[in-house]
Write a protein that binds this ligand. Structure first.
Ligand code: C5P
Length: 242
């Protein structure tokens, strides 16, 4: 057994700030990378590409290795369909699952109700406005309010509909933290170790310490970890503020 892989029977007493985005094309390359990690150091995110390629089996394999898994499938459908999907995710043992807040109050309430009595209830997270969208693109979809206002509005709707938190840009974290309280979960992508370096396709970025200080609960990081020469050293260097 790989000594870096925790015995799933051992209790987890850490709350690592980073969720590593496993943006790999298939299960083999994912598992080869994850072999270098350990559950005390990070959580893992599986998105649409990897889930479509490798599905439930891979998710369950990673959970069995002791990792908390964020199933990032951004559900957006009628209330019953999303509620049932969240229930299946809970049965799989995922730690966090997300949906589009644009699906509305009834959809989010149905999802919350579907997992409420689950022994290991996953955290339910809402996506407000995708951070890839510009103000002009949002307006084109029929939203007349400024983007920042729409994000605040949808995050408040998510909270009052029973969700545990939202995905947001780190630039929105401080205001959301202030408006929605200390227990609301804020998951922030767009994190880079060096804001001067190559930022890939991310535009509004922040370094980990800044994002955590602004109120982020969890940092979603893909390439800064997956392409690092020593991913474990990078993960160890990122700490929550004292
Ligand atoms: O490699 P990088 O750190 O940019 O990866 C960020 C991850 O977060 C990717 O999986 C991306 O799909 C996801 N994400 C994002 N922006 C959002 C929501 C999710 O970058 N608004």
């Amino acid at each position: 057994m790989n000594p870096l892989i925790a015995d799933p029977a051992l209790p987890r007493d850490t709350d690592p700030p980073v969720i590593v985005a496993l943006d790999f094309a298939d299960a083999d390359s994912t598992l080869a990378f994850v072999r270098r990690l350990e559950p005390q150091l990070c959580r893992l995110k599986i998105g649409k590409e990897l889930f479509t390629a490798s599905g439930r089996h891979l998710v369950e394999q990673l959970i069995h290795q002791g990792f908390d898994v964020f199933l990032d499938l951004k559900y957006h459908d009628i209330p019953n369909t999303v509620a049932q999907a969240c229930k299946v995710a809970a049965d799989m043992g995922v730690w966090m699952v997300d949906m589009h807040t644009a699906g509305g109050r009834r959809m989010m309430e149905a999802a919350a109700e579907a997992v409420a009595n689950h022994a290991q209830r996953p955290l339910l997270i809402g996506v407000t406005v995708l951070t890839s969208m510009t103000e002009a693109e949002l307006a084109e979809t029929g939203h007349s309010r400024p983007l920042a206002e729409t994000v605040q509005h949808l995050a408040a709707l998510a909270q009052s509909s029973g969700l545990d938190g939202v995905v947001c840009s780190a630039h929105e974290a401080a205001l959301l933290r202030q408006n929605l309280g200390r227990d609301f979960v804020l998951v922030t992508p767009g994190i880079r170790l060096d804001t001067e370096a190559n930022n890939d396709d991310q535009r509004r970025i922040m370094i980990p310490e800044q994002a955590l200080a602004a109120g982020a609960s969890h940092l979603v990081m893909g390439r800064p970890i997956t392409r690092a020469a020593d991913p474990v050293a990078v993960l160890r260097s990122i700490r929550r503020p004292e």
